[in-house]
Structure formats: structure tokens, C-alpha cells
Design a protein around this ligand. Sequence first.
Ligand code: ADP
Ligand code: ZN
Length: 752
Amino acid sequence: MLYAQVVLPLAQPIYTFSLDEALAVEVGDAVVVQFGSSRFYTGLVWGISTEKPDYPRLKPILKKLYSHPILGEREQRLWEWIADYYMCTLGEVMRLALPSLAKPSATSFVELVERAIEPPTESFIALSEELQSEEALAKYVEKHSRRSPRRTEIMDSIAALAHERTSDDGFVPRRLVDATSQQLSALRSKALIRTELRPRERITENNANNFLLPTLSEAQTRALGEIREAHNGGKVALLHGVTGSGKTEIYIHLIAEELSKGRDVMVLVPEIVITSQLIERLERIFEGRTTTYHSRLTPIRRGHTFLRLAASTGGELIVGVRSAIFLPMRNPGLIVVDEEHDPGYKQSDMQPRYNARDCAVLLSHLDGVRVVLGSATPSLESYLNAISGKYQYVELKERWGKGVLPEVIVSDTIRSVKRGERKVHFNFDLLRNIERSLSSQEQVILFQNRRGYAPYIQCSTCGYSPRCPHCNVTLTQHKATSRMECHYCGFTMERPTVCPNCQVQDIKTMGFGTEKVEEEVTRLFPDARVERLDGDTTSSESAFKRIVHRFEEKETDILVGTQILTKGFDFEGVTTVGILNADNLLSAPDFRAAERAYQLIMQVAGRAGRHNDRGRVVIQTSQPQHPVIKYVAMGDYHSMARVELAERKAFGYPPYSHLVRFMLRSKDYELLRHAAHSFAMVMRKKFGDRVMGPVSAALEMLRGEHRAEILLKIESGASMKRARVLMHEALDQMAQDKRFKSITITTDVDCW
Ligand code: ADP
Ligand code: ZN
């Protein structure tokens, strides 16, 4: 008899089951076990031994799922690191890492379904049957080449490729045809070409020209060389390239090289819809190899993807959001983390509270995978690692081709008001530039980091503002729905006309969100076509795509939006970018406020003038002398980073320390206070003045629960391992205290 240690998708320790040798189970296999009295789960075999544990009654492993192990050695080590570092159980990692379809559970054994695995395919193109002969094609080209030169050129190239590759039936891989999807679908609709999905071609180093790669500029070639050098030396590369410098082109070259060697590549992006342009380019070049992975996929797709990759032998390109880091790579070659500074890489709302970027870096140590972190505004964590020599620092200072960085205009809001040079929320500086763009048929982007109409309303007589009864934050006014809405829990109520507190009818809207900006700009520029891109207008992916598409096609002149606007987009026609209020970025109550403000402003600014030299960014602020604004205006990342790092060092904040947040929650306010103080005392005994708090959390109340937090700073260089032991001790002590049974404590290592 054998004994298997099995991880179950529960917040539980590893359990041991007896294992019949006849089942031929290996480590990494998914198996079915019964746990509790009436439930069957998928478990993962973590280890197998011959030694009988001294529990009286062991339950057996009932069945092996899938013909091959779904977890490799590499994934096991990654999961273990995550569970250890982020202080959760392997079961919690499993719950997140393994799509539900791949880990079926059921109340009866027979209901548990095992999924089949689909073989990978790629699309192939051939000319229509009538045009297969050389004569027929020549005739067609002769007749049409004057009126549709591009079309005949593409058809010619398909024929040439088929000839070159001695394709029997004229079919060639789509990835080798230099044409956009629109061009191809036009050809298809005229029945000039046929497309088919076929088993994908094996890529090898020897069949040259596997992919259509962009030609790199001199600066890009140099950067690529530096990245390769870093990788040869076993180092992570930090690619710091200004927006529009062509980081994507460099990624493409690196990806092609790995795929040609039969190795897997993973490209992590912060948000999938926002990076649709990047994904389209990768899908076109790496047709048939690209697998996208994100939360909007159906559970079935996600499950199939996981299982297919687990069975793959390498040469896969995975493009996905943070959770893609858990996908199996059987022959790992490269991980690219694009926009590595983005907070979206950190999961904060549930365990495991991991950072996918940091997991990628871990994997470079664990299995030698090459890692590139790319950003126009690197996180200070990565920047410090780069300047201290831990990572290789690679810089691209110029935009590709003729692109130059936009001119930055800092517009003083207070002065504008004094001089009467402001209409509603627009300084004349901004209005002038909008006018200039519109009169030359160019486009405008306006950024405001709040959605809704007004972030709060207030009674002018007594000062009362309606708040969310569950979260105690002010309610945002939404004009489209004429309701007040809580942006944390979604609670809504009607907008009061009379103050509920003093009964006077004098409630004013305070501050402004994107909805109001849209309304005002529509009034100021009645001829302009205005649209809004934010969480309210993009509840579905298709709505999002429609708005972006209309802007790309220049059917819209002005696009008003939130953070969503800041990433990835490449809009040709934009010459003015307006940042309506930089103040609320600068004054966020967060030690990262300055860094985040710099990143956000630079990212929005990066949307201007990407294809010409007329880009302008107008930043409205009441603090034109603020260092962040000054560095933004000069585009001086290095000075911003130097000053900010000095500040972080002085206060012992990351990247000079690891910050751990303990969040305590309870419906009972008094008990929560009591527990928070007790816990802080326990922690202080162990960590001394590295412990801060307890304080009320930034959101004191959320969904009806009171929240208090305690922060722990562990200076770089101190042992995290030892710290974790002490933290576990403190948490255990709290868990054993009967008084605090109803208190929930969550732990967030390297919190945001
Ligand atoms: P980044 O990701 O650094 O902001 P992109 O990779 O999006 O920059 O490139 C910006 C623009 O410049 C894109 O439109 C891209 O097609 C173009 N570009 C950059 N490098 C090249 C190149 N080597 N060949 C062709 N086009 C390029
Ligand atoms: Zn709420």
C-alpha cells in the first residue's frame, strides 16, 4: 500500500490518503477523494510515500483524473512559495490556481466529470479553388491590380508562399501572410480566399522565417541585445521605455526566439480589454500559439486551457492577467511582465494575496526562466533592484520613428480662477488646446480619476453629506441614473432634494467626476462628438470595444475617461490630453501617492501625439510647484525616483521594507477595538516598534463590517522567514482566544 499527501481546494492542511498501486498515480496527478461525509473533491497529489502514517482510518484515493499529471514540479514549487510567502494554505492557492472545470467536485462520485483535451490548431489560408492555377491568378491580378493593389498584393503573396512551401493544396499558415484581419475578412467575404483551422505546425529553429517580425530600430536593437545579455547572465531585465518607444516590438523578437526553440512564453498584462491592441498584434504574429487567459473567459474555456497546457510539450505563448502565472508551462523560456508597475498584478481581496510580477521574478530563480519587466514608469521596487544591480537596467529614451514626447503644460487652477480664466472645471489653457485640436480635426482625451457626476453632495446650510450605511463613505451622485451610489458596495438611494438632516432645500454637488466633465465639455463644445469611457459605460466588453472603436475610427472627437484610458492604447489622432484635476492624485492618503501620481499622469500623457509632433498635455493643478508635477513636466523619471526613494528610506517604507497589513473585521465595533488592541500588543512583544496601529482602515466600514488595521514593517535584510514564524505565532494566539472568535483577521504580505 502507498500513501499520498493530497491538497484539497479548501483552506485546510495537506491530508493523507491511502493509494492503491493499481491506480498508477504519480505526483502532480489530479485524483478524486471523498472528504467530509458527503462530498467528492478533486485533490492534487503532492507527494507519495510507503510509510504508513499513524492515523487510525485512512480514506482511499478513488480515482485518477486525466491521463497525465496536471501539475509539474515547477508549479508545485511555485505554489509552495506562494503559500509560504503570502501566508496561506496550499488549498487556497489551489482554489485560485486551478480553474473549476479542471477540479470538479460533486455530491456523488458518478457526477464527477472528467474533461477531454482539445488539440491545438492554427488557421491556414488558401486562394479560392478558381484561383489555384497560375494562369487564373495572373489574369485576376492583371484585371484588379490597378484598382485594388493591396488586395492583389496579398493574394500574390499567398500564392508565392504556397509555392515556396510546396503546399499540396495551396494552404499556408495565416501567421506568414502579411495582412490585417480586416483585409483578410474582406477577401474572404468576396470568396477570394478560404481559411481553415488545422493542427498547428511545428515550429523549429531550422525552418527560418517562422514569424513575420518587425524590423527594429537601432535603439531597439541595442535594448534587445542588453536584455539577451542580462538573460545569459541569469538576470531579470527591467526594460524602462517611454510610451511609444516600441517595447512591444522588442518583446516580439524575444518571444519568437523562445518559441522557435520550442519553449513556452508568458506575457502578463494588467487588464485584458485594456491591452486588446497588444493582444491583437501578438495573436497575428504568433497565430496558433497564442492562448489568452483572463477572468472574462467562460469557466469551460479556462478549464480547457489549463488542461491543454498541462499536456503540452512546449512552444506555447500565453497572454494573460495575473492569474495566468498559475498556468502550466512544460518548457518555460520567458516571462514578460508588461506595465510591471501596475497595481493590478497584486491580488488584495482574498488569499493568496500574491503579486504576479514577484512570482515571475521568483520563477527566474526557481527554474531559470528569463524575465523581462517592462514599463514606461517602473515601480520603485523594480527600479531600486535595477540600480542596485540585482536586475539589468535597460533604457529606451526615445519614441520610435518620428514620434516625440508631448509638450507638457502645467496649468495653475488657482491663478486661473483669480484671473477669471476658468469656465466650470476647465482652465483657459486647456480650453485653448482643445479648440486647437478640434479645429484641425484632431482628437482630445480628458482624464478624471473619478466616475459618476459628483463624488459627494453636501447641504450648504448644515454641511451634511449622505453616506453609505454599510461603508461609511460619501455616496457618489450619478446623473444618468439620478441616484446616489456607493462605489464600494454598490448601495444606491435616491438623491435627496431636501437635506435629511436640517430639512433645508439647498443641497449642492461637490467635486466632479467623468459624467460631469462629459456634460460640461459637451456644453462648451456643442459641435464636438463626446463619449465617456469608465466603469459605468463599459459594463460589458462589447460596450468597451464599441467606444474604443469609434474613437479609433475618428467617429468621436473627445473621449472623457478614468484610469481605463491610461493604458496600452495607441490612438493616432490624439493631440491634446487634459488632466482635469491632478490634486486628488497627489493628495491620496497613501505612501505610494507620489509614485502613483507620476505613473498615472505619464501614462495618460503618453496617449498624446504618438504619431506626430503636435502632442500636448495640459495638467490642471493647484500645486504647480509640487515636485511630482515638476518632474512630470520635465519627463524626469530618474529625479522623481531619487527624491521619492530618499523619502521612503527615511520612513522605512517599501522598497526598503516589506509591509504586511493585518486587517481585522467585525460587525461588533467594541469587540473589534478590543481585539485590535490585543493583537497589536501581541505583535509589539514580538516586533517592537515595527508595528503600527491599530488604526481605522482607509475604509473604516465595508459592507456593514467595521475594520481596523495593523501594519508591520520588516526592514529589507531582516529575515522574512523568521518574521513569518512570529506572525504565525501571533495569529495562532489570537485564533485561540475565545473572546475573539467572531473576529476575522486577514494577512496581506507586501500590501498595496
Ligand atoms: P510602447 O509599448 O513602448 O508604448 P509600442 O510598442 O506600442 O510602444 O510602439 C509604439 C508605436 O510605434 C506602435 O504603433 C508601433 O507599431 C510602432 N513601432 C515601434 N517600433 C516599431 C518598429 N520597430 N517597426 C514598426 N513599428 C514600430
Ligand atoms: Zn457601501
